[in-house]
Design a binder for this molecule. Structure first.
Ligand code: ADP
Ligand code: MG
Length: 596
C-alpha cells in the first residue's frame, strides 16, 4: 500500500537560525501560560528533546539511568549555545525563540517560554556542555564550555572537546524535593514513559536519528531516513507496509495533512497510537482525535483505537499553542473545518483501501500479512483484530453448513487449507485461526461451567512454572485463582509476587501445551489484567497460544478433521480476534477472471 511518492513524511524541521538569547520583557512573560513544572523524569526528557529539535538537530541521543532519577543525558548535533549565553540559558524567561508578544503568533519552534532549563536546574544538578556552530572553524583546541549548576547555582566550569551541538546532563533529579521523590513510581514505569515519548518524537521527526539507551541497553533506535514508514518499522519491528495507507490532502493555504493511517489489523486498545502533530508539535486534542476516529466509524470494534500518524500543517497564526502548560493542547482558528477535513481524509483513504474482506483481491492482503505477523503482542504494539460487531457482517449466512460440506484439496504454504465446495467454488481456510476458533468456543463453554462451580482437570506439568507478577497484578491474580482452576489452570501463590503454575488447560494436542507453557508469563499477565474484559482476553490468548501454528504440515485426514470440528462451532468464519478464517472465491469469480 505504501508508495515511494510519500517519502516526504518529514515534519517541518525548524530553521537553522538562532537569535540571541534575551530575557523576556515582563509584558511578554505575563502573556505566556504558566509553564509546566517538572513532574517526573519524562518531563525533563521532553523539554531537552524539544530544545534539541529547536536547535535543528539531526541526531539526538538520550541516555537514562535509574529511571531518570540518577542520570538523564540528551546530546544533540544542533547549532549549540554560544559561550557567553550558556549560563543565562538557565535563567527563567530567557529564550532565543521569541522576543515580543507578536512572535507568539508566528512560532516555528517547540519552545518559547524560556523556562525549561531553569525549572530543571532548580530541582537537580545540570551540566550543560555546548559548542556553537559558529565556532566550528576554530579548530579542536577551541574546546566547548561546560558549566554545572546545582540547585540553580553554578558549581563548576570546564572545557571539553566537542563538535557543535549541546549535551545536557541531569543528575539527582528531585534531590531537593523529597515530596516529589515519594510519589515517583518505579524505574520501570518511568522508563516506560520515556520510551513512549521517544517513540512519539521519532515518528514526529522521521528525518532525525534517535537513539535511547536505558541503563546501558539500547531501548530504541531510528535511522533518521526521513520516511515515516521506515520509522514505524524500526520502532515496532513489524512489516507494516500493507497495513498502512498514505494520506495526503490539503485545503488551500489553510491546512495540509499528510502521514499514514493503519488499517483494522493495527487497531489498538489505547489511544497512544493516534498520533497527530500540528506544525511538528505532538498534540492531544480531544476533538481532533475524535475526528480521526470518526473516520474509522464502523471499521473498528468498540474500545479499539486506530494506529495513525498524521501531520497537520497550518499557518502559525492560525494555531495557538500558548494555552496549555505542557503545550500538548492547542487552539485552532479553523477547528471545525479541520475536524471535518481529518474525518474526510481518513474515510476517503479507508474506503479505497481493501480493509474489508469482501474487497480482498487474490492474493488477499490480509492473508499475505498474517503470515509474516508475529504473535499478537510485540514491543507493546498489539496487532490483532477483535471485533464483535464485525462478526455479523463477515460470517456468511450458513457458514456452518458450507464448512460441513467442504472437501479439502491441498494445503498451501503449510498454513491454509484449500477446499472445494459442492457448488465448485474455492474456499481458503486459515488453519491457525480455524483451530483457534474451535479452542476458543470450547474454552468458553468450560468457562461458563466455571461460573456454576464446575471445573475441568488441566494437563499437569511435569515441572511447575514460576511466573513473577507486579504487585498490583499479584493481588488481582490471587483473587482470580479459583476461576483459573475451573479452566484447568492450577496456580498458587508462591510467596511475594511469585506464582507457581502446575497445570494448563488440557487437550489432545501436545504441541499446543508446549506453546502454552512457553507463554505462561504472558498468560498470567493477561489473567491479571485490570480490565473488565480480562476473561475474554484470557480465553483468546489461551486459544491463540494453544492453536496449531501456521507452518505445520497437515495430512488430508487432518485437514478434513479440522474442517469437521470447525463446522461444529457457532461462528466458523471469524477467529476470536475478529479476523477472517475463510476466504471465498466463487464460481462466478473464476468465470469472470478467466473469462470462460
Ligand atoms: P525555550 O526552549 O522555551 O527557549 P529553555 O529553557 O528550554 O527555553 O531553553 C533556554 C534557551 O537555551 C533556548 O531558548 C536556547 O537558546 C538555549 N538552548 C537550550 N537547549 C539548547 C540546545 N539543545 N541547543 C541550542 N540551544 C539551546
Ligand atoms: Mg525549551
Amino acid at each position: 500500500m505504501m508508495s515511494q511518492a510519500h517519502n516526504q513524511s518529514i515534519a517541518q524541521l525548524p530553521q537553522l537560525q538562532r537569535a540571541p538569547l534575551l530575557a523576556l520583557l515582563p509584558d511578554v512573560a505575563e502573556r505566556i501560560a504558566a509553564g509546566e513544572v517538572i513532574e517526573r523524569p519524562v518531563s525533563v526528557i521532553k523539554e531537552l528533546i524539544e530544545n534539541a529539535l529547536d536547535a535543528g538537530a539531526r541526531e539526538i541521543r538520550v541516555e537514562v539511568r535509574g529511571g531518570g532519577l540518577r542520570l538523564m543525558r540528551v546530546a544533540d548535533d544542533g547549532y549549540g549555545i554560544p559561550e557567553d549565553e550558556l549560563e543565562r540559558a538557565c535563567l527563567r524567561h530567557t529564550t532565543s525563540k521569541i522576543q515580543s508578544v507578536e512572535d507568539l503568533s508566528r512560532l516555528h519552534t517547540l519552545g518559547f517560554r524560556g523556562e525549561a532549563l531553569a525549572s530543571i536546574a532548580a530541582v537537580s544538578e545540570v551540566t550543560l556542555l555546548s559548542r556553537a556552530i559558529e565556532t566550528d572553524g576554530m579548530g579542536e583546541d577551541h574546546a566547548a564550555l561546560s558549566i554545572t549548576l546545582r540547585g540553580g547555582e553554578v558549581t563548576q566550569r570546564g572545557r571539553r572537546a566537542r563538535l557543535h551541538g549541546t549535551t545536557v546532563t541531569v543528575r539527582d533529579l528531585f534531590y531537593n524535593v523529597p515530596a516529589r521523590l515519594k510519589f515517583m513510581r518505579g524505574a520501570r514505569t518511568e522508563n516506560g514513559h520515556i520510551v513512549q515519548l521517544l517513540q512519539r518524537y521519532a515518528l514526529g521527526y522521521p528525518a532525525v536519528r534517535f537513539n535511547l539507551v536505558i541503563d546501558e541497553h539500547v531501548a530504541l533506535q531510528t535511522s533518521g531516513a526521513g520516511d515515516l514508514a521506515i520509522t514505524l518499522a524500526e520502532l515496532y519491528h513489524l512489516l507494516l507496509n500493507e497495513m498502512l495507507y498514505p494520506v495526503n490532502t490539503s485545503g488551500g493555504d489553510h491546512y495540509a495533512i499528510h502521514g499514514y493511517i493503519g488499517n483494522r489489523v493495527l487497531a489498538q486498545s489505547t489511544r497512544h497510537y493516534v498520533m497527530l502533530f500540528i506544525n511538528g508539535r505532538g498534540v492531544q486534542s480531544r476533538p481532533l482525535q475524535e475526528a480521526l476516529e470518526e473516520g474509522y466509524r464502523g471499521l473498528l470494534p468498540k474500545g479499539k483505537h486506530p494506529l495513525l500518524v498524521l501531520f497537520l500543517a497550518v499557518p502559525p497564526d492560525e494555531v495557538d499553542v500558548n494555552v496549555h502548560p505542557a503545550k500538548t493542547e492547542v487552539r485552532l482558528v479553523r477547528e471545525d473545518e479541520i475536524v471535518a477535513a481529518l474525518t474526510q481524509a481518513v474515510r476517503a483513504v479507508l474506503e479505497k483501501g481493501p480493509a474489508l474482506p469482501e474487497a480482498i483481491q487474490f492474493p488477499g492482503p490480509v492473508l499475505a500479512n498474517q503470515r509474516r505477523l508475529p504473535g499478537p503482542r510485540r514491543r507493546g504494539l498489539r496487532v490483532s483484530e477483535s471485533s464483535e460487531g464485525y462478526k455479523a457482517e463477515t460470517a456468511p449466512p450458513g457458514a456452518t453448513e458450507i464448512v460441513n460440506t467442504l472437501r479439502p484439496l491441498a494445503q498451501l504454504q503449510q498454513a491454509v487449507i484449500l477446499a472445494e465446495a459442492p457448488d465448485g467454488s474455492l474456499y481458503l481456510v486459515d488453519q491457525h485461526r480455524a483451530h483457534e476458533r474451535v479452542i476458543y468456543e470450547h474454552l468458553r463453554r468450560v468457562y461458563a461451567g466455571v461460573q456454576h462451580n464446575e471445573a475441568v482437570d488441566g494437563h499437569l506439568l511435569l515441572e511447575p512454572v514460576i511466573v513473577e507478577m507486579k504487585r498490583y497484578q499479584a493481588d488481582l491474580l490471587e483473587q482470580r485463582l479459583p476461576m483459573l482452576r475451573g479452566l484447568g489452570i492450577e496456580c498458587e501463590r508462591f510467596g511475594g509476587r511469585s506464582f507457581l503454575i502446575r497445570s494448563v488447560p488440557g487437550g489432545e494436542d501436545g504441541e499446543g501445551q508446549e506453546q502454552l507453557v512457553a507463554h505462561l508469563q504472558e498468560l498470567a499477565e493477561t489473567a491479571a489484567e485490570d480490565s473488565s474484559d480480562w476473561e475474554d482476553h484470557l480465553l483468546i490468548s489461551l486459544s491463540c497460544r494453544s492453536a496449531m501454528r501456521r507452518g505445520r504440515e497437515l495430512g488430508s485426514g487432518e485437514q478434513l478433521a479440522l474442517l469437521k470440528t470447525l463446522a461444529n462451532v457457532t461462528a466458523p468464519a471469524v477467529c476470536p480476534h475478529g479476523s477472517p478464517i475463510l476466504l471465498h472465491y466463487s464460481r462466478a469469480f473464476l468465470i469472470d477472471k478467466f473469462d470462460w
